[in-house]
Design a protein around this ligand. Sequence first.
Ligand code: ATP
Ligand code: MG
Ligand code: MG
Ligand code: MG
Length: 469
Amino acid sequence: MPSLNDIRSTFLDYFRRNGHEIVPSSPLVPRNDPTLMFTNSGMVQFKNLFTGLEKRAYTRAATAQKCVRAGGKHNDLDNVGYTARHHTFFEMLGNFSFGDYFKEQAIPYAWELLTREFGLDPKRLLVTVYHTDDEAAAIWKKVAGFSDDRIIRIPTDDNFWRMGPTGPCGPCTEIFFDHGEHVWGGPPGSAEEDGDRFIEIWNLVFMQNEQFEDGSMRALDMQSIDTGMGLERIGAVLQGKHDNYDTDLMRALIEASANATSTDPDGPGKVHHRVIADHLRSTSFLIADGVMPSNEGRGYVLRRIMRRAMRHAHLLGAQDPLMHRLVPALVRQMGTAYPELVRAQALIEETLKLEETRFKQTLDRGLKLLDEAVSRLGEGEPLPGETAFRLYDTYGFPLDLTQDALREMGRTVDVAGFDRAMQEQRAKARAAWAGSGETRDATIWFDLSERHGPTEFLGYETETAEGQI
Ligand code: ATP
Ligand code: MG
Ligand code: MG
Ligand code: MG
């Protein structure tokens, strides 16, 4: 059975043999791109090649790219622990053509890799195409011999990719694997498509148009290819598992979490182990790429992920800081492919330990308060915004941590009430400071309180240059 490390190598070797330059993963913090919170797809480091702004010695490339989807438009944080296929950190395998080959070659490459190299049963595969993309449909028919019902035409933006409001764009085709009838879910485009039976493994984007501000579009002179396949998803398929978290690599992390807490990896704490394994990867890789926990921007996303992980560790009964003890297991699994993890190991461990030690006391007290508040609620009643705000303000609970906790109980937070409480506190603080003469301190205080606010992320929601897809 191939390990995830083997599968990564097979992918890169295949495209190397087919004339592609193997380019290392770029860091998780995109260089020269303040509009994007984290690198969230393989194409991010090649943006200027697609637009023609930059030329390199090669016109074909392949990568295994570190990705984080925990902020901005692509945010899978809330999916973790709930679906079989989402992580906050994952590796995207991709092949790219910059004005070199196009659809007629990209589809056969994908098909050959999946069915010959990886040996997948063609009967378990099906694809989507953009509803007007007859070209792609015809190529699939020819290359894979698919009947029309296995080339599903999708009219939505799910199958039309844009780099941003303007710039390169085009239709895409997504390849799905059918995990079988025993799993709930329906094919793409159906009412049950959110289930985990048909899992998207690979997305091929055909950049063939350019979008202008006035809404018009023209055909690009230089047609390009951008693809992305989740290593953990193809790994699950090749290891005969349905769930990404049952692959060798994720399983090793889950077992480390179970050992460190003397609990059963598949017992009642199963979800906690999954979340911890996922968050261990995203937090460690972010720290290795220079992000430090803070109260704003990228650092606050990191802090939120860390604190969510700590709550799950707490629920497993961990009395002492846990996350830092799992780092060696991660380094064992991924240190060879990503030497930056080895280099940053001490920093990662220290940072996790310090953050967990600091948060521990307020976490315990805050969770008690939350339990008490919930016990007073009527059926289906949301948690009052003031309570969520108190947890945030006094106990350092990011709003999404409280929401994560409540979701397990089938409850929600009154978010409008939370926002109101936040505004009120800001207004009060301003009034109290007015005329006190301590302008310097006041400025610092306001700065801090603003930065603590949940609205600081709105800036990223408006990011223009979206990674794939
Ligand atoms: P989904 O619809 O399942 O959320 P997506 O369409 O958002 O996936 P793309 O943006 O097309 O995903 O990314 C390309 C590939 O990266 C996907 O086909 C999938 O294999 C993988 N991928 C995307 N998001 C995740 C994630 N959160 N965790 C693991 N793999 C992912
Ligand atoms: Mg998605
Ligand atoms: Mg999708
Ligand atoms: Mg997709």
